[in-house]
Design a protein around this ligand. Structure first.
Ligand code: FES
Length: 87
């Protein structure tokens, strides 16, 4: 379980271990475009302003993942307690 914060509104959304970030965002009324939902297409790519993502995708290169300024919320999670998303 971790939290994501929506930078534009300050809204904090809990992401339980049995839900993806996209599912938790959708339930909170925050829409993110998705397609494959498997970390392949990059449609859901979202900028991360603060916090450390736990990358589970195959879309970003290892170098891009290491920068930790974007992640794929359809499948990736967080290593830090909170991610602040540019949404
Ligand atoms: Fe395809 Fe997230 S929806 S990578």
């Amino acid at each position: 379980t971790f939290e994501v914060q929506i930078a534009s509104t300050g809204q904090i959304i809990i992401v339980p271990s049995d839900k993806t970030v996209v599912q938790a965002l959708t339930e909170a009324g925050v829409e993110v475009q998705t397609s494959c939902e498997q970390g392949v297409c990059g449609t859901c790519l979202t900028r991360v302003l603060e916090g450390m993502p736990d990358h589970k995708d195959m879309y970003l290169t290892p170098e891009e993942q290491a920068v930790n300024d974007q992640f794929t919320p359809c499948c990736s999670r967080a290593k830090s307690a909170r991610l602040i998303l540019d949404l």
